[in-house]
Design a protein around this ligand. Structure first.
Ligand SMILES: *Cc1c(COP(=O)(O)O)cnc(C)c1O
Length: 390
C-alpha cells in the first residue's frame, strides 16, 4: 500500500491552480473586500473587480460581457437556464438526450408536467453516439406546430467523455428555428472556445472543472434573445452570484487554461494513452464505455472502463488504497449510472463493473502505474475473474 494519495476523479472536481490560490490570497490580504452591491468605496471596488473579470472572460471566449451571468456552478446554471428559457420564451417542446447531466434531465422532467411541455429524447447507440437524423426528424415534425422549441445537448459527456457534434446540432437547430442550449461544463477550460463560431443561444460552465474554485460558474445568454423578445432585462430576473473571490478565480483559471491548452492537453493525453495501454495489457477482456478509448472522439482526460467482474465495492476498495476514482459518475453515487444504463444492455450492466478515471495536469506516470498495480491486486483476487481467465 502506498501512502501517496492518487486523485483520478478530475471530471468531478479539479484541484485549483496555484496561480488561482495566489490571487485569492492577494485579494484577501489586501482587504479589498466588501459587498459588491454596497455603494461605498470598498463596495465599488468589489463591483469593479467583478466587471473586469466579466470583461476578461468575454474577451477570452469572444462574446459580449453583457451575455455572461455568474452562477454558483453548473448545476445552478443548468437549472436556472432551462427554467428561464421555458418560462420566458414560452417553450412547448424540448428535445434532449438520455445521456445529459442529471441537473439538465431532472430539471426538464420536473417542469414537464407543470408547464405541459412535450419532451423528446434523441436516440443513441451503444457507444453513446447521438442519432442526429433522429433529431432532424423530430424537429421537422414539431416545427409545423409553430410553437417554440428548445434543444438541450451537452458538448462533452462527463461520464463517457464522448464529444458530441455540437456544430452540426447547432446548425440543425438554426435551420429549424429551435433555441439551443448546451452544457459546456466539461468543455470550457479544456478546449478552445470561440462563442462566435458556436451556434448556441445558451450555455453553462463551471470553474471547478477547470482548476478554478468550487461554487462558481457562469451561463451565457445570447444578446439578441434578450433584445428580440423584449423581455425585462435578465438582470432583473437573476440575482446574480456576487462571489467576488470565486469570480476572480474563475477568470484567472480560464485565462491560464486558455494560454496552456495545447501543452496541457498533450501532457494529459499521454497519460490517458499510457493508462489504456496498461489496462489492455493487464486485464483480460476489459472494455471501454462509450467512445472513451477513441482518442479523437472523446475528451483527453476522461476514461470509462468496464471490467468482467461483479464488484459493487470496487471504488471503495481502491479508495482504501488511497486511489480516488469515480463509480462512473459522482453525481450518481448510489444508483447505477443513467448514462451506462442507456448505452449498455441489461446483461452487461449486471455482469460487469464500470469505473471512470479522469486525469489532470497534476497527475503523472507514477499515478497511473500505482493505480494499475492496486487495481490488479483487487481484480486478480476476485474469484469470478479467475474463473473467466482460466
Ligand atoms: C459537474 C457537472 C455539472 C455540475 O456542475 P457543478 O458546478 O458541480 O454544479 C453539470 N454538467 C456537467 C456535464 C458536469 O460534469
Amino acid at each position: 500500500m502506498t501512502n501517496k494519495f492518487i486523485y483520478l476523479d478530475n471530471a468531478s472536481n479539479c484541484r485549483m491552480r496555484k496561480e488561482v490560490i495566489k490571487l485569492y490570497k492577494k485579494i484577501l490580504v489586501k482587504k479589498n473586500y466588501s459587498n459588491p452591491l454596497s455603494f461605498h468605496t470598498y463596495g465599488r471596488k468589489s463591483k469593479n473587480y467583478i466587471e473586469i473579470s466579466r470583461e476578461k472572460i468575454s474577451n477570452i471566449i469572444n462574446c459580449d460581457p453583457s451575455e455572461i451571468f455568474f452562477t454558483s456552478g453548473g448545476t445552478e446554471g443548468n437549472i436556472f437556464i432551462i427554467k428561464y428559457i421555458v418560462k420566458y420564451l414560452n417553450i412547448k417542446y424540448i428535445i434532449t438526450s438520455k445521456l445529459e447531466h442529471l441537473s439538465v434531465l431532472n430539471t426538464i422532467i420536473s417542469i414537464k408536467k407543470k408547464k405541459k411541455i412535450k419532451v423528446f429524447f434523441i436516440k443513441n447507440n451503444n457507444l453513446g453516439i447521438l442519432n442526429l437524423k433522429h433529431l432532424y426528424k423530430i424537429l421537422k415534425k414539431i416545427k409545423k406546430k409553430k410553437k417554440n422549441i428548445l434543444v438541450s445537448i451537452m458538448y462533452v459527456n462527463n461520464e463517457i467523455g464522448n464529444i458530441n457534434d455540437i456544430n452540426k446540432i447547432g446548425y440543425i437547430c438554426k435551420k429549424n428555428n429551435s433555441f439551443f442550449h448546451s452544457d459546456l461544463v466539461q468543455f470550457i477550460g479544456h478546449f478552445k472556445l470561440n462563442v462566435k463560431n458556436l451556434l448556441c443561444d445558451f450555455f453553462t460552465s463551471s470553474a471547478h472543472k477547470f482548476y478554478g474554485p468550487l461554487g462558481i460558474g457562469f451561463i451565457y445568454i445570447k444578446k439578441n434573445i434578450n433584445d428580440k423578445l423584449n423581455l425585462n432585462k435578465i438582470n432583473n430576473i437573476i440575482l446574480e452570484n456576487k462571489n467576488l473571490y470565486g469570480i476572480l478565480g474563475l477568470y484567472k483559471a480560464l485565462e491560464i487554461s486558455n494560454n496552456l491548452f495545447l501543452k496541457e492537453k498533450k501532457k494529459i493525453l499521454k497519460l490517458k494513452k499510457y493508462c489504456i495501454f496498461l489496462l489492455k495489457k493487464n486485464f483480460f477482456n476489459i472494455k471501454f464505455n462509450g467512445l472513451s478509448n477513441n482518442l479523437k472522439k472523446s475528451s483527453f482526460y476522461i476514461l470509462n472502463i468496464r471490467l468482467p467482474i461483479i464488484d459493487d465495492l470496487l471504488h471503495i476498495k481502491l479508495d482504501l488504497k488511497n486511489i480516488m476514482i469515480s463509480k462512473s459518475s459522482s453525481c450518481n453515487f448510489i444508483n447505477q449510472s443513467h448514462v451506462l444504463k442507456n448505452i449498455l444492455n441489461k446483461k452487461s450492466i449486471r455482469n460487469t463493473t464500470s469505473i471512470r478515471i479522469s486525469f489532470s495536469i497534476f497527475n503523472n506516470i507514477i499515478d497511473i502505474e500505482l493505480f494499475i498495480y492496486e487495481l490488479k491486486k483487487i481484480i486478480y483476487n476476485n474469484s469470478n475473474y479467475l474463473i473467466k481467465i482460466n
